[in-house]
Design a protein around this ligand. Structure first.
Ligand code: MRU
Length: 364
């Protein structure tokens, strides 16, 4: 997507053809910083400490991490070691393991001397594929927004609530939950987005709001607890969120707080959609609640909040007593029964084993 006049993806190969450059998301919306990363250690830090985040983007970043390793040491041992190192960086988003598996599957049969070149090529393909998947998700989600708009008076706004950032910053381009929103805006459908701030790391306030502002999408920032109230008052037409891992049964794991939005949506007959590319489906897992590992991040992310001070410094402030411990589960699971539909690259699937099988028969 564009930042000012220039088009950016969230990750690209550097001119030296071995490092990658990323948008360092820790500083947004206050500063737009680009970092160059040329070591596996640097890639691991960028994923773990969330310089890059969002399930599809951490997958692509890890794929480039494998390529960097192959340039340094293309042995089988090094390939297995980089898989282990990067797979440990964040436990919940399945795209990370998907991308690592895909790289290893692709590289293992090759001779060592062929691996580096093949690894950069496959990582670039995975990045390009992500853009194509998101574009297709956008088209499929756009059809739903069109249907909702058609039931309204001409010119009336479609109000969409989203949680966290499943935008272009969470992918390589377009985003998942945001792709239908961008396409609807381009198609001239009046949409307005309620952006959940998404405590504790404020991906909504810092990233989604920045994306919406940058692309001229009318939007309003709300605290995480406002969604239910707005739904009770008929202010939300639909919810669209992303996901870090969706099970073969259609359970959806996403940023903490998603479940509460789904409950409120069900209670108020508001359609609750989840946008996802197929690499986010974990076909090996059925019951999301029992089987998906939920990342537990530092309590400091709850107690200390990043922001920009009046004198222009980016700094943290403490919002709780020094001695108060904080817990920080980063994701929750929304059971399939609360999900209206899964917007995939192939179409909108029912959130059930049958629905996913029908959409992806080759996985059945
Ligand atoms: O902890 P984050 O910021 O990586 O969490 C991101 C999300 O929860 C997104 O909704 C999810 O990865 C889908 S991104 C298209």
């Amino acid at each position: 997507m564009n930042v000012g006049e220039r088009h950016y993806r969230t990750i690209w190969l550097s001119d030296d053809k071995r490092s990658v450059e990323i948008i360092d998301q820790r500083w947004l919306p206050h500063e737009f910083r680009i970092e160059k990363i040329g070591t596996v250690g640097g890639i691991a830090t960028a994923i773990r400490d969330m310089w890059v985040r969002g399930a599809p983007l951490i997958g692509v970043t890890a794929a480039y991490g494998v390529a960097i390793q192959m340039m340094d040491d293309p042995s089988d041992e090094a390939l297995d070691a980089v898989w282990e190192t990067l797979n440990k960086t964040r436990p919940t988003a399945i795209n990370l393991r998907w991308a690592l598996d895909e790289m290893r599957r692709h590289l293992k049969p090759l001779a060592s001397k062929e691996r580096a070149e093949a690894a950069y090529k496959r990582a670039a393909e995975i990045a390009d594929e992500d853009v194509g998947l998101n574009r297709a998700i956008g088209e499929n989600g756009l059809a739903i927004i069109r249907e909702i708009a058609a039931k309204k008076k001409p010119g009336e706004t479609v109000n969409i609530l989203t949680h966290c950032n499943a935008g272009w910053l969470a992918t390589v381009d377009y985003g998942t939950a945001t792709a239908p929103i961008y396409l609807a805006t381009e198609a001239g459908i009046p949409v307005h987005v309620y952006v959940d701030e998404t405590r504790p790391r404020n991906q909504g306030a810092q990233l989604t709001a920045w994306e919406m502002a940058g692309h001229g999408v009318p939007h309003t920032l709300i605290v995480d607890n406002a969604g239910g109230h707005l739904m009770q008052h008929g202010d939300i037409d639909m919810v669209i969120v992303g996901t870090d891992r969706t099970t073969a049964n259609g359970d959806v794991c996403n940023k903490i707080g998603t479940y509460l939005k789904a409950l409120a949506a069900a209670d108020n007959d508001v359609p609750f959609y989840v946008a996802l590319p197929s690499p986010t489906i974990d076909w090996t897992v059925a019951d999301g609640l029992a089987e998906i590992p939920i990342e537990e991040r530092s309590g400091d992310e709850v107690s200390l909040v990043w922001g920009k001070t009046a004198d222009g410094k980016i700094a943290q402030v403490r919002v709780s007593p020094d001695q108060t411990p904080a817990a920080n589960p980063a994701f929750d699971v929304t059971p399939a029964r609360l999900v209206t539909g899964l917007i995939t690259e192939r179409g909108v699937a029912k959130a059930s084993r049958e629905g996913l099988k029908a959409m992806f028969p080759e996985r059945g």
